[in-house]
Ligand binder design. Structure first.
Ligand code: BES
Ligand code: ZN
Length: 834
């Protein structure tokens, strides 16, 4: 199929939709009508628009004062409905009317049903939408392409007693045929079809908070009002910040943040009606960990950032979806950094950058922007490269240009393209206008080529030389970049655009990637590295993070021994930053998965010594005026001590803590409680397994549910893993959890190999549990299955039994696995731990 097969003909262009939908939450169906104002661009006797899994009952087309009944045919392959007319209509304004019906599906896309247990213990249904990328056509016939923007007047007809929310505010309601209520919503601004949303059910909303004139609410199912205050607070802070940052008023007339009990993704940026997975919105700040609170703040910021970047200005086609997602990911960090500077959000961003570099260092990576055609291909764009690499290179550019210049460029871009569509080049030209620098040239290879550089730094007389390579874990690439770098020397901080080979004179001691925000790896010559290691404790946490992370990437590549990596760690033993510790623990964890079994106790001893020093400094219990990050670090280190350090007393202590917590949750510090649950799980058996599953089902707090679900999956017992898979089959877990559950089972250190065989032997069934849009992610932890025979089996099987629409993603996961198989192989020579 060519791109034309997936693009509608431009013979008719829609400008306005009058959409009326009547869902039946008992029969799990809906019926609707849509009237669409169009402009006929050329003479035609057929009108083609998108629809899939809908029954089109009738259709007509009007032009001037005449109306023709259309002959309706469906093209399932192309997800289209074709309206044939008896006469050729001449160009000019017209209107299409269609009536249709469909099912409220349970695949979490289109207009679908979500189910939840009510306060009465009974099962309840709500109907909601998820249209991005190409699923508006599952709810109503439409021109379902992002550049065909239109205004929408939505009317929902619902059973008495139910509520409905859509993109704009409600303008009227009246009773129709006795027991139904017709709710009409204000006409929206022009926007893309994938941003339309409506939610119907027994919904509750908080009182609106006025945020500089915009009413902000949290909407949820009954019984969750006590979990809304944090989202309101963070949402208000972000909305205020973003209006100021962009310098453009919020584009819609209200903003609802809606918690949906069944949801594929984290959240979705429907204009004015953002939908969320419950755990990414509803939270009890008194019982949550710092990471959980940060996550909710992140997701809210990300989606509100889209109201401008994505909703007001939209990519022309799905090849440009990185513009949306990378930028929202970048703004998410900025907004959260402004909201809670003490959380060091740009330091935490390093974790996202590393995750995307881990994919981008594969031969199977792809350019951030890439031609796409079919819906499957559009869906496959939503990955770590679009989000993490895209956001990282935007951040690198911001640091290089300076925050203020960059911000002015963004505003310029948004103002110039408001209510319209744009391409990558439009962003670069706006930034060129404000900075006078050749942004398009600098950015081209970062966006249109896969991979990233390794800068090899050598001392060269009084200065230094930087030689650029294309960093890959296996083999070498041939791409070269223009690298916007910032470096520091004893003389201060400077910036430079590095080419293939650059000599630069810099007085005194050098640190490349100053501030740690570049999207590249650095390898110092051994002598320089010794200097850098020496100064490691004095560098910023961001720099410490990238130095450890780069060192581990070189270990994975085989350019640095794990012993040299381990030698670096004690230098950072006093770090007070959880993210710096994450980099250290990540390396230790990867090693723990592959070292020979007789070396493992030595590695555990190394962990105990390292972590023990820091816990002694911190104290085992919270005290005085600790920061959120101190408390987070304590939890993290206790977990590491018990888990990677196999410290028996810590595990015993965790059991005690968990018992106390079960009686009196408020009396236990949240970070300690979370660490204790994870430790109990990691050393638990079938009794604990049952307990965690029960708690999962019994919890109201979405964070508790996540925690207990993860705990259940972590139990190192094959019968537990087996029960998890059976419970997935029985529908005892939500579809939205299936991807994560299967992925974690496959990655499990002790039971993963057995789970792999079960998953393999029931492949088709397993693939049917998760929502089809993210089933590919069941393989996200198979890189830990580096046991050579298991790895070979996984490769053979997955190559012969592809996951539909996931070729690239699967190839990447298999290559990551290959990287670890080689890594394991090299560690077999390891006989001593420092
Ligand atoms: N637009 C996406 C949601 C989405 C993802 C729709 C994939 C269709 C396909 C939304 O803005 C988003 O990026 N959500 C993230 C959360 C965010 C904090 C990174 C998600 O759902 O993971
Ligand atoms: Zn997004």
């Amino acid at each position: 199929m060519t791109i034309a097969d997936h693009r509608l003909p431009r013979t008719a262009i829609p400008s306005h939709y009058d959409l009326r939908i009547e869902p039946d939450l008992e029969a799990l169906t809906f019926a609707g009508t849509v009237g669409i104002d169009i402009e006929l661009v050329e003479p035609t006797d057929r009108i083609v628009l998108n629809a899939v899994d809908l029954t089109v009952v009738a259709a007509s087309v009007s032009r001037d004062d005449r109306t023709w009944d259309a002959d309706v045919s469906l093209d399932e392959t192309h997800q289209r409905v074709i309206l044939g007319l008896a006469e050729t209509l001449h160009p000019g304004p017209g209107r299409v009317e269609l009536s249709f019906s469909g099912e409220l599906n349970d695949h979490l896309h289109g207009f679908y049903r979500a189910t939840y247990k009510g306060e009465d213990g009974g099962d309840h249904v709500l109907a909601t939408t998820q249209f991005e990328s190409t699923d508006a056509r599952r709810a109503f016939p439409c021109w379902d392409e992002p550049d065909l923007k239109a205004t929408f007047s939505v009317t929902l007809v619902v059973a008495e007693g139910l509520e409905a929310v859509s993109n704009y505010h409600e303008v009227s309601r009246r009773r129709v045929d006795g027991e139904r209520v017709e709710i009409r919503f204000a006409t929206t601004m022009v926007m893309s079809t994938y941003l339309v949303a409506f939610v119907v059910g027994d919904l509750r909303a908080t009182e609106p908070v006025d945020v500089d004139g915009v009413p902000l609410r949290v909407v949820h199912v009954p019984g969750k009002e006590h979990l809304t205050s944090y989202a309101l607070e963070a949402g208000a802070a972000h909305l205020r910040y973003l209006q100021q940052y962009y310098g453009i008023p919020y584009p819609a007339d209200k903003l609802d943040l809606i918690g949906i009990p069944d949801f594929t993704w984290g959240a979705m940026e429907n204009l004015g009606a953002i939908t969320f997975r419950e755990s990414d919105l509803l939270i009890d700040p008194d019982l949550a960990t710092q990471a959980e609170l940060n996550r909710v703040a992140d997701v809210i910021a990300h989606e509100i950032a889209h109201m401008w970047f994505g909703d007001l200005v939209t990519m022309t086609w799905w090849n440009g979806v990185w513009l949306n997602e990378a930028f929202a990911t970048f703004m998410e960090a900025k907004a959260v950094d402004a909201y809670r500077p003490d959380w060091r959000r740009w330091l935490t961003f390093g974790l996202e950058r590393s995750a995307s570099m881990d994919i981008d260092a594969l031969a199977t990576t792809r350019p951030v922007e890439f031609p796409v055609e079919s819906p499957e291909e559009a869906n496959a764009m939503f990955d770590d490269l679009t989000y993490g690499k895209g956001a990282s290179v935007v951040r690198m550019l911001e640091v290089y240009l300076g925050e203020d210049t960059f911000r002015r460029g963004v505003t310029d871009y948004l103002v110039s393209n408001a209510y319209g569509n744009s391409e990558t080049a439009d962003l670069w030209s706006a930034l060129e206008r404000v900075s006078g620098e050749p942004i398009g040239d600098i950015m081209h290879s970062w966006i249109f080529e896969g991979g990233h550089p390794l800068l090899v730094i050598e001392r060269d007389g009084d200065g230094y030389s930087a030689e650029q390579h294309h960093f890959r874990y296996i083999g070498d690439g041939t791409t070269r970049w223009t690298v916007p770098t910032v470096y520091s020397t004893t003389g201060g901080v400077d910036r430079i655009l590095l080419g293939t080979h650059t000599d630069f004179s810099a007085p005194g001691e050098l640190v490349m990637n100053h501030g740690g925000q570049g999207f590249y790896r650095v390898q110092y010559d051994p002598e320089l590295m010794a200097d850098v290691a020496e100064r490691l404790p004095e560098l910023s946490a961001e720099e410490q993070y990238v130095i450890i992370d780069d060192a581990f990437a070189l270990v994975l590549r085989g350019d640095l021994t794990s012993t040299r990596f381990l030698d670096l760690l004690p230098r950072l033993v006093h770090s007070d930053q959880p993210v710096v510790w994450s980099a250290m623990l990540r390396g230790l964890n990867e090693l723990d998965r592959v070292v020979p079994s007789d070396v493992r106790p030595e590695l555990q001893r190394f962990v105990r010594e390292l972590v023990g020093v820091r816990i002694d400094e911190l104290g085992w219990n919270p005290h005085g005026h600790e920061s959120d990050l101190d408390r987070q670090l304590r939890g993290m280190l206790l977990h590491a001590l018990g888990h990677l350090g196999a410290h028996h007393e810590t595990v015993e202590a965790a059991r005690d803590v968990f018992e106390q917590f079960s009686v009196n949750p408020e009396h236990i510090d949240n970070e300690i409680a979370a660490a204790a649950i994870a430790l109990v799980a990691g050393h638990g058996d079938l009794d604990e397994f049952e307990l965690f599953v029960d708690r999962y089902h019994g919890s109201i707090s979405p964070q508790d549910r996540n925690r207990y679900l993860r705990a259940a999956v972590a139990i190192p017992h094959e019968d537990a893993a087996h029960s998890m898979l059976e419970m997935l089959a029985d529908g005892r877990f939500r579809r939205q959890e299936a991807t994560g559950v299967i992925a974690r089972l496959l990655g499990h250190r002790d039971t993963g190999a057995t789970s792999w065989r079960k998953v393999r032997d029931n492949w088709e069934t397993m693939l049917s549990y998760p929502p089809p849009q993210n089933v590919r992610r069941i393989l996200d932890l198979v890189h830990f299955r580096s046991e050579p025979d298991v790895a070979a089996d996984i490769k053979r099987w997955v190559e012969a039994n592809p996951i539909p629409g996931a070729d690239k993603h699967v190839a990447q996961q298999l290559e990551r696995l290959d990287v670890r198989v080689r890594f394991r192989e090299r560690q077999q020579q390891l006989d001593q731990i420092p």
